[in-house]
Structures are given as C-alpha cells and as structure tokens.
Ligand binder design. Structure first.
Ligand code: SF4
Length: 198
C-alpha cells in the first residue's frame, strides 16, 4: 500500500504518492503465518463439517437390497483416507466417508470424494479408443496394444527412450502409479510423473 507523506486524503479517499510503506518484516511474517494458520484451520473445519454432515445425512438413506458395507481406504494417494463402500452383488454401488477414520477423520479431498466414479461414472472408459478423422472410435485391446507398441518402438528407435514423458492421471490409484513407474524404468527413462504430484 502506498501513502502520501504530505497530503492528507479526503475522507473516504486514498491518495497514492508512489512512496512504498512496508511493515516490519518480522511482524509481517508473523501476521502472515497467523493468518495462514487461521485460514487453514477455518477451511479444514468447514470442509470437515460439510463432508461429515453429508456422511451423517446419508446414514438415513436406505441401504441397497442385500448390500454389505466394506471398510476400505482411498487409493488415490498415499494418505489412505477411510472409505465405507456399500457393495451389492460384488459391485461397489455407494461411497461414504468413514467418519471415525483416524487419518481422514470424516473428510475426503475432491479426488477421494469421487473415488467411486472410477466404477460407476457414465463417462468411464470401458475399452481403448482412438480418434480417427476427428471422431472417437472403439478399438479392441489387441488393436490398441499392437498400435501403441509399434508407435512407441518407432519413437524409441528414432529418438531414444527420453523422447517420451509418461504422464499419469491424477485419478490413477497408487498401485497403478507403481506399475506406471515400473514400466517407465523398463522402458529406460526417468521421465515420469503421476497422481502423487499432479
Ligand atoms: S486422494 Fe484424497 S481422499 Fe484419497 S487418500 Fe489422498 S487425501 Fe485422502
């Protein structure tokens, strides 16, 4: 904020002189840390209350017929937040936060809150797809593996293994990220990033 040394601003007005007035750095830093801590605490409390409230409200929803509740963890990062998974005939049909879980304590981040989408989302990919003339078309797994293998081999033969970067989705599980890491290592490159950092 800049304040004039000589002119008093009219009531309700601010006058700029170009002279910069700064706070004592130690005080500013302390205030910043206090503000940050307060903001984090308030955000956490708001998030926890909101998500916990949702979980409690959902308890009144009737269970799916013959379903069972399976206590598990979210696998979208190494934190390991608790999930109560409702399973019907072997299919995951509904997700709730494990309100008493010692790690997540009743809350999920946005990735974990939508973990079940990997199973039930209508947008979920169920087979390999390729864009042909601007239109997405289905491939068989054999077609996809053959095409991708040929293309990758061509790239490595012509430009070496570091010509590729393996970029995993934020919505792959920890186990999938592990396999992706192994694949990149066998491929011969350290050019990789995945859900833990995306
Ligand atoms: S992705 Fe989110 S909800 Fe899942 S374990 Fe990590 S922090 Fe928890």
């Amino acid at each position: 904020m800049a304040i004039s040394k000589h002119r008093k601003p009219a009531p309700g007005k601010t006058v700029s002189s170009g002279r910069r007035v700064t706070l004592n750095p130690k005080v500013a830093r302390r205030s910043f840390l206090k503000l940050s801590a307060a903001t984090a605490a308030l955000s956490g409390a708001a998030m926890t209350t909101k998500l916990t409230g949702k979980a409690v409200a959902a308890e009144a929803t009737p269970a799916y017929k013959d379903s069972e509740t399976v206590r598990t963890i979210c696998t979208y990062c190494a934190v390991g937040c608790g999930i109560e998974a409702e399973v019907q005939n072997g299919v995951w049909v509904r997700q709730e936060v494990a309100a008493d879980h010692p790690v997540s304590r009743g809350a999920h981040c946005c990735k974990g809150a939508g973990a079940i989408d990997m199973v039930i989302s209508e947008k979920r990919l169920k087979n390999p797809m390729k864009r042909v003339n601007g239109k997405w078309t289905n491939l068989t797994w054999d077609q996809a593996i053959d095409e991708i293998t040929a293309k990758l081999t061509e790239i490595r033969d012509n430009n070496g293994p570091d010509a590729l970067h393996f970029n995993g989705s934020a919505k792959v599980s920890t186990e999938m990220a592990y396999l992706q890491r192994k694949f990149a290592a066998f491929w011969g490159s350290n050019n990789i990033d995945h859900q833990a950092r995306i």
